[in-house]
Structure formats: structure tokens, C-alpha cells
Design a protein around this ligand. Sequence first.
Ligand code: BJW
Ligand code: ZN
Length: 242
Amino acid sequence: MNTSAMIQELKTRLARHTAVTVLTGAGISADSGVPTFRGQDGLWNNYRPEELASPEAFDRDPRLVWEWYNWRRNLIRNCQPNPAHYALVDLERRGGTFRIITQNVDGLHTLAGSQRVSEIHGNIWKVRCTRCGRTAVNREVPIAILPHCSHCQGLLRPHIVWFGESLDPVDLQQSHDALRQCELLLIIGTSGVVYPAASFGSVAKEHGAFVAELNRDPTPHSDLVDMAIHGSAQDLVPQLLA
Ligand code: BJW
Ligand code: ZN
């Protein structure tokens, strides 16, 4: 099936189905100028994840980790949602059971206007106290290094899920509910290598959903999903709603 035939089939399914779940990754924000993690221009080409995105790294050198997050916050604050984010807002407004499960920490889905969003890897605009666990929104750029909690003076960290850390049980529950309930799962712009999100396509499929992947490049899941469409998210996603 060629791309336009696949888009047409997805449009028909979207019009028919009343339970839709969308899993997004860095690729949906790439067109907004947010760097992805893997691939040619990915962050992990220049930075080692274990030195920046792990609890051990933060224990060892919180200043270095915060400097990296200041650099990222500065970059992301100038990024705006793109047509793919806005198309998903329109999709939610059509009604029915809907949820976006995003691995992105940039907050662009909610900035675009999406309501039912589970940010399973956290949010770069939130901080969390390493002592009392309180979370707060903090949009300062640069954030004062090292930031401390106004309640208990504990050291603040980014409210982001690093490697080896568990996801928030509420986010996990919401995600699993959405994966079990949906008739259609759209997987947009993720390389599909980071767990548990990498297993979400199989979970939805086991529960009877039609699973479609929209990605610039093939992924390890492209042959396992019901449909894989290649192209940029900002071109493909709005076409589904046109
Ligand atoms: C476009 C495009 C365009 C580009 N249009 N498309 C089971 C098996 C093996 C390992 C594990 C396992 N369970 C857990 C693990 C360990 C680990 C893991 O998965 N490791 C793997 C790498 C092997 N997982 C965890 O540690 C997770 N915790 C957990 O499971 O707890 C329980 C547990 C712990 C330990 C052992 C067992 C159980 C937590 C994962 C947290 C991930 N955090 C990060 C970093 C945050 C730092 C930060 O942002 O500040 O989150 S990693 C990084 O990858 C980031 C992303 O959210 C995540 C996913 O990346 P994503 O979104 O897929 O981006 P890319 O760059 O990889 O791909 C972009 C895609 O877009 C590409 O496909 C392009 O083609 C495409 N694209 N332009 C459309 N314009
Ligand atoms: Zn505190």
C-alpha cells in the first residue's frame, strides 16, 4: 500500500473509532526544533546518557547535570508546537476515549492545547525535591545552580525519569488503561527502544487494537505493527485529520 492509501485507511479508521490512543516520542517535536536522542543529530551522539540522565550521575555531579538541563531548557523555551501537535488537539476535540502518552519532557502537547496527556518521562519545566519529594513548576532559565527546596532546603532535581528509575504509577496506570481500551494506537516519532514505552504497541495489539506507526525512518517495530508510514510527523499527522 502506498503512503496516500495508508493515510486514507487511517482516516477512515479515525472517523469510525471512538477510542484512540497516541504514543509520541522525540520525533514529533523534532519539527519544532527540539533535538531527538538517537540518530544522526541525536543528543546521545554528543552526551553520554549515563553521565547526564541517571540518578548516579546526579549524585556524582549535580552541577553538571543541572548545567545540561539549563542548556536544554534554554533551547526548548524557544520551541513552539508544530502542526502535528495541533492536529492531535483537533483529534481529542472530536470526542470519544482519547489519551496521548508522551515520552517527551518538552511540554509541547499541553502547550498546543491537548488535555489528556500522560508525560511518562516527566517534564523539563518541573523540579522535584530530593529530600521531601515535593514537585513544583519552575520556568526559570537559567535556573540558579544549585537550586534548593523552599520548604526543606533539600536539593532540587529535574522532575524527569532517568534510566533505571521507575515511572510514576499513576502515569503507568493511565497508560495501560488507554492501551487496553483503544481501538486504534498511533505511535508517532519514537525509536521504540526505551522500555516500558517500547512494549506499548504490543500491549495495545494484544488487546485488539489496530496499531499504526508514523515515523521518518523504520524502527524495530515497523514489521510488527499493522501499518508503518514513513515521513515527517508535521506532514503526516495533519493529513489524518484533513
Ligand atoms: C521523526 C522525525 C520527524 C525524527 N517526524 N519522526 C526492559 C528491557 C531492557 C531494558 C529495560 C527494560 N525495562 C527497563 C529497562 C531499562 C531502561 C531501558 O529501556 N533501556 C533501553 C535503552 C534498553 N528503561 C528505564 O530505565 C526506564 N525505567 C524503568 O523501566 O524502570 C523499571 C526498570 C528499571 C531498570 C530495569 C528494569 C526495569 C526509564 C526510562 C527513562 C528514559 N529517559 C529518557 C531520558 C530523559 C532525559 C531527558 O530527557 O532529560 O527519555 S531516555 C530518552 O529516550 C528520553 C526519551 O523519552 C526516550 C525515548 O526516546 P524517543 O522519544 O524514542 O527518541 P529517539 O531519539 O530515540 O527517536 C526519535 C525517533 O523519531 C526516531 O525513530 C526518528 O526516526 C524519528 N524522527 N525526526 C517523525 N520529523
Ligand atoms: Zn523539600
